[in-house]
Ligand binder design. Structure first.
Ligand code: FMN
Length: 204
């Protein structure tokens, strides 16, 4: 099978990409509106891209009617957001925050997760998440325009908060305790509890 994205229906390209590029981490992004109403939504076009300075990206695409998602509207208005990681224990509430809530309806309340005050930015984090990346906007890079076009959000990480409950005896992040979920395609997700090790041939 070969797919030429320019000559294929966008739904086929989308479905192929999200089933092929796997597993994808999930950014559970909290933002706040100019009137102070919080917003929370998951994005799996997401990754860390730089450690010096610490930076990450995620990509909310426009809705089918061409409008921008609430997360983008809020970040455009105040340039701040928090990326929360998603452990298995809150996979279902995470999914529920992807529902199409009207602007300025807080998903925190609607799905029953707890706001955790942030240190460097106004939007709160998710208390049930073991890691928060508090970010300020570097740049929004548009890719295309209209329906399904992307707004690639590049954020500078101002503060990383890691809960003690996911640290091992040496104080390092323990992937077993972190137990994050990844998105596959369609309704499929995976857990990070099954892992293997590879040793480099020429260790430093
Ligand atoms: C696991 C998961 C990953 C998602 N990833 C993305 C994504 O990368 N980009 C995107 O535009 N929408 C993504 N969505 C859909 C958004 O979460 C959804 O459109 C949400 O309503 C946007 O909320 P907002 O309008 O409050 O920003 C994802 C949904 C789920 C469940």
């Amino acid at each position: 099978m070969q797919i030429d994205p320019e000559n294929e229906h966008p739904s086929v390209v989308y479905s192929t990409m999200i089933r092929a590029i796997t597993p994808r981490p999930i950014a559970w992004v909290s933002t706040i509106s100019p009137r102070g109403i919080t917003n929370l939504a998951p994005f799996s076009y997401f990754n860390g891209v730089c450690s010096q300075p610490a930076a990450l990206v995620f990509s909310p695409v426009n809705r089918p009617d061409g409008s921008k998602k609430d997360t983008v509207r809020n970040i455009e208005s105040n340039g701040q957001f928090v990326v929360n990681l998603v452990p298995f224990s809150v996979a279902e509430p995470m999914l529920n925050t992807a529902d199409d809530f009207p602007y300025e309806t807080s998903e925190f309340e609607s799905v029953g997760v707890t706001e955790k005050p942030s240190v460097r930015v106004s939007p709160p984090g998710v208390a049930e998440s073991p890691i928060q990346f508090e970010c300020e906007l570097i740049q929004i890079v548009p890719i295309g325009d209209g329906p399904l076009a992307a707004n690639v959000i590049i954020g500078k990480i101002l503060l990383i908060t890691v809960s003690d409950r996911v640290l091992d005896a040496q104080g390092k992040l323990d992937p077993e305790r972190l137990d994050t979920v990844g998105r596959m395609g369609g309704r499929s997700y995976c857990r990070t509890t099954e892992r293997f090790e590879l040793a480099p041939r020429n260790p430093d």
